[in-house]
Ligand binder design. Structure first.
Ligand SMILES: Cc1c2[nH]c(c1CCC(=O)O)Cc1[nH]c(c(CCC(=O)O)c1C)Cc1[nH]c(c(CCC(=O)O)c1C)Cc1[nH]c(c(CCC(=O)O)c1C)C2
Length: 365
């Protein structure tokens, strides 16, 4: 079979998501869900059954299929490539395995600053992560222009915390110990991650990604002071460098920053060269608008657990959320990813409620 390169992609038919990201007028509010390619879908569980998680990530055809599955069910306005944030530490030379019932696990996490020597000094991103680029190119063709394709990465602090903790954690105390005890080594690691991430994101755009989301999932474990020193500068550096390079090539790809539980940093995040700031459900929509002063588009932020409510209730919650954010410069989403036990029908109700209510609100303007 013919393998198509990153050119001559099908014409985009629904650019609602991209227009909202740029703050332009739309006919309805665009909507997608974090983890929309996930275990809440029976077809996802079937495709993944008996297969190693990271092997799946390394198989472009499998990533493409998993990315497309939610689009067959729901009229989402964007797709996000199936992959994981932990492919970046792997590319830097670390072993990461998916352990059933436990989640991602690093058999040999970083313990002390000397361990940084175990990481590759110069990462050949094209070689180590080329499989992600292939998955993006294939998916962009196979999506047939229905909706834009989002690429993503973990942010430096979030990836650093996994590399030191060795997996998920409640306290992140091993990683935070580095910040307080080894600040210079911490900055060195964060810089190394930033360099790889910048190249990784540029590679994703070259491969066909039409927007980029940076997941700072562990922002909430830091306070405002530590965030300003160890997270924000790197988030800004990533956006600045990616945008400068894209500009040289005459390209313009909207970037989203999602700092989970980083409400204390909202003002700073809205002035960090990202077009869109993603919000978790702990921030009230109206105050998020006030605090970001119309500088950025906002994305979020319904509590994923609201999907456990009856359909009519979901519709009411969505309506209030839309009234809080307004319909301009807004991308509806959940405040975090979907959980495996969620009912696909509730996800459908969420998407429909966003489209129906927002169309009505925009018509009445
Ligand atoms: C579906 C899935 C993924 N990763 C994992 C799963 C579940 C395991 C499986 O299906 O076998 C393991 C998987 N990967 C990770 C975890 C969390 C581990 C932990 O901290 O406890 C798990 C269970 C690490 C991870 N991975 C990711 C994040 C950032 C988002 C977030 O805050 O949740 C994080 C923190 C990103 C991610 N990961 C994934 C996507 C796909 C695209 C989509 O959203 O549809 C994305 C964007 C895919």
């Amino acid at each position: 079979t013919e393998v198509k390169g990153p050119a001559n992609f099908p014409q985009l038919q629904n650019d609602t998501f991209l227009r909202a990201a740029r703050g332009e007028e739309t006919e309805h509010v665009p909507v997608w869900c974090m983890r929309q390619a996930g275990r809440y879908l029976p077809e996802f569980r079937e495709s993944r059954a008996g297969k190693d998680f990271f092997e799946t990530c390394q198989t472009p055809a499998a990533c493409c299929e998993l990315t497309l599955q939610p689009l067959r069910r729901f009229p989402f306005d964007a797709a996000i490539i199936f992959s994981d944030i932990l492919v970046v530490p792997q590319a830097m030379g670390m072993d990461v395995q998916m352990v059933a019932g436990k989640g991602p696990t690093f058999p040999e996490p970083l313990k002390e600053p000397e361990d940084l020597q175990r990481l590759r000094v110069k990462v050949d991103v094209g070689k180590e992560l080329g499989y992600v680029f292939k998955a993006i190119t294939l998916t962009r063709h196979k999506i047939e222009g229905k909706v834009p394709l989002i690429g993503f990465t973990g942010a430096p602090w979030t990836l650093m915390s996994y590399m030191i903790e060795g997996g998920g954690s409640n306290t992140h105390s091993k990683a935070k110990r580095w910040l307080y005890r080894h600040p210079e080594a911490s900055h060195m690691l964060l810089r190394m991650l930033t360099d790889v991430i910048v190249e990784y994101l540029l590679g994703q755009v070259a491969a066909g990604a039409q927007a980029l989301q940076v997941f700072e999932s562990h922002a909430g474990i830091l306070g405002p002071v530590e965030f300003k020193e160890f997270a924000l500068p790197y988030l800004r550096d990533i956006a600045r460098r990616v945008k400068d390079k894209l500009k040289e090539a005459g390209q313009d790809v909207p970037m989203i920053v999602f700092a989970k539980d980083g409400h204390y940093a909202l003002e700073d995040l809205s002035q960090s060269h990202y077009e869109v700031v993603g919000l978790d459900w702990t921030i009230d929509p109206q105050s998020a608008r006030e605090r970001t002063g119309g500088k950025v588009s906002l994305q979020g932020n319904m509590d994923p657990c609201a999907l456990y409510a009856p359909k009519e209730r979901i519709s009411d919650i969505v309506k209030k959320m839309l009234e809080g954010f307004g319909t301009r410069a807004y991308i509806a989403n959940l405040g975090h990813g979907l959980y495996p036990d969620m009912d696909p029908e509730s996800v459908g109700a969420f998407v429909e409620a966003v489209h129906t209510h927002s169309r009505q609100m925009i018509k009445q303007k």
